[in-house]
Design a protein around this ligand. Structure first.
Ligand SMILES: *[C@@H]1O[C@H](CO)[C@@H](O)[C@H](O)[C@H]1NC(C)=O
Ligand SMILES: *[C@@H]1O[C@H](CO)[C@@H](O)[C@H](O)[C@H]1NC(C)=O
Ligand SMILES: *[C@@H]1O[C@H](CO)[C@@H](O)[C@H](O)[C@H]1NC(C)=O
Length: 436
């Protein structure tokens, strides 16, 4: 090695030691955060956030009502913890009340977003064949003893209100260990965010399921499937939207399966609108209107947001959703050694389409009601039921308006309700159904 080269290597090494020491004292996240937020606009996000849309009094009122609700929520949470003398879960949002939103990117339109799921899967499968990469669902011997013909873990990137619980129930019914929204360690999103910031495997710390106290089930088991992995409250994290999230999955789980169940964008928007404050939060905490960050890509989103009259927020959300699908499709195409499965929730054949990839029975596609209210109101034991066998309907012997469905292929309408609370720790369906 050239002497000056080794000298500079040494000085880099010394710098690394110094940085490690500093990081050690101030908490490792500081350095990582500085890297992530080297742009100065991000530092100003507080004022941007405070000044958010001052001309829109409706939004302002909604915002202050929302803020009051948030504060109340945090107070309730803290009091509840004090009462119960419970330490916060490892993956709690408690450390993130002042967290700066992470930078995110979604691509500008190319024709790939306009394909149906079936058309895209055809292209995807052709690309894998071209590169001689085997399709797991065709490797019969390899998966003969397995319950599902897909490599594990399976990570569902579906947005909230688009079959996150439905897919968790589906794979649980198919015999996998599933988690939806939260694990025994807290929110999946926080777990994934912290691992992203540390460059560690995305599910570290949320990758095992422990038996319940007094459970007759044995030791802890690996988690096979996760869904509803985003968080729209602070600190806001979506692995599929925030920069580096998908890459961190690919790096640590090169053989994992990515699942995406998409839904008609307009009905998803209406469903989200009726679900507590998801849309307000996606703007306020995540800056998904393009307003909390800088750069060419953000300018594209910010301009689109500003150029649409307020009542056309729907159009913005529809664009955003299609861009999200496009980003994931592009990722799938550039990571062919991973496995990708996509399907449309509204497709009446979704059960048989999924079965082709998973070998799980179509009957495992159920109708789910994710909020806490539905179960209480109808005194049911599970949030999901087979399609056409709504226990509330069977009991009352008359069709009900479906209050908080996930847009499954029921014709129950989309008048969703629920508080969309980020605090809710949802038990996985596996336990509810007595399966693990
Ligand atoms: C996708 O389809 C829509 C509606 O048909 C069309 O307006 C748009 O230009 C298409 N986008 C691309 C990128 O092909
Ligand atoms: C991924 O699969 C390949 C081929 O089956 C195997 O050699 C490799 O060890 C796997 N990698 C991981 C991280 O599981
Ligand atoms: C709820 O259902 C359980 C069992 O199905 C029943 O014992 C109980 O009385 C029901 N409660 C109400 C309020 O209907």
């Amino acid at each position: 090695m050239h002497p000056s080269q080794s000298a500079s290597t040494r000085s880099i090494n010394l710098r690394m030691v110094a940085i490690s020491a500093i990081s050690f004292f101030f908490g490792i996240q500081l350095k990582t955060l500085q890297d992530l937020f080297s742009n100065s606009v991000a530092r100003d996000t507080k004022s941007v956030r405070d000044a958010w849309d001052p001309s829109n009094s409706v939004a302002r009122d909604a915002k202050s009502a929302h803020k009051a609700r948030d504060q109340g929520r945090m107070r309730d949470r803290d009091e509840r913890r004090k009462r119960e003398k419970k330490a916060p879960l490892p993956s709690s949002d408690e450390n993130y009340d002042d967290f700066e939103p992470l930078p995110w990117t979604l691509p500008q339109p190319t024709p790939v977003r306009n394909k149906t799921s079936e058309e895209f899967m055809e292209d995807y499968i052709a690309a894998k064949r071209k590169h001689n990469i085997p399709l797991p669902w065709e490797e019969e011997e390899k998966y003969a003893e397995k319950k599902v013909s897909l490599p594990l873990p399976i990570i569902a990137l579906n947005f909230p209100k688009s079959a996150t619980l439905t897919m968790s129930a589906y794979f649980s019914c198919g015999g996998l260990t599933t988690y939806h929204t939260s694990t025994q360690n807290g929110r999946i999103a926080i777990c994934m965010l912290e691992n992203h910031l540390h460059g560690t495997p995305p599910m570290n710390g949320c990758d095992t399921k422990r038996p319940r106290v007094g459970s007759r089930y044995g030791d802890e088991v690996p988690v096979d499937f996760i869904s509803d992995i985003g968080l729209q409250g602070p600190p806001c994290y979506y692995a599929s939207v925030h920069d580096g999230g998908l890459e961190n999955i690919a790096k640590h789980y090169p053989n994992a399966t990515i699942l995406l169940v998409i839904r008609d964008a307009k009905s998803l928007y209406n469903s989200m609108k009726g679900w507590g404050s998801i849309i307000v939060r996606l703007k306020k905490y995540c800056g998904f209107d393009g307003k909390l960050h800088d750069g060419e890509n953000m300018e594209y989103w910010r301009n689109m947001y500003d150029s649409l009259p307020k009542r056309r927020e729907e159009e913005y959300c529809v664009n955003f959703y299609h861009a999200h699908t496009q980003k994931i499709r592009e990722f799938a195409m550039s990571h062919l050694s991973m496995t990708y499965v996509e399907a449309e929730l509204e497709n009446k054949d979704i059960g048989t389409i999924l079965q082709k990839y998973t070998k799980v029975s179509p009957e495992c596609v159920m109708n789910c009601h994710p909020g806490p209210f539905w179960v209480k109101k109808h005194n049911t034991t599970s949030k999901c039921h087979p399609i056409g066998q709504n226990p509330a309907e069977l009991k009352n012997d008359q069709p009900l308006k479906d209050e908080d469905d996930e847009g499954d292929n029921s014709d129950g309408g989309n008048a969703d309700s629920g508080d969309g609370s980020d605090d809710e720790i949802e038990d996985d369906i596996g336990d509810e159904n007595g399966k693990t």
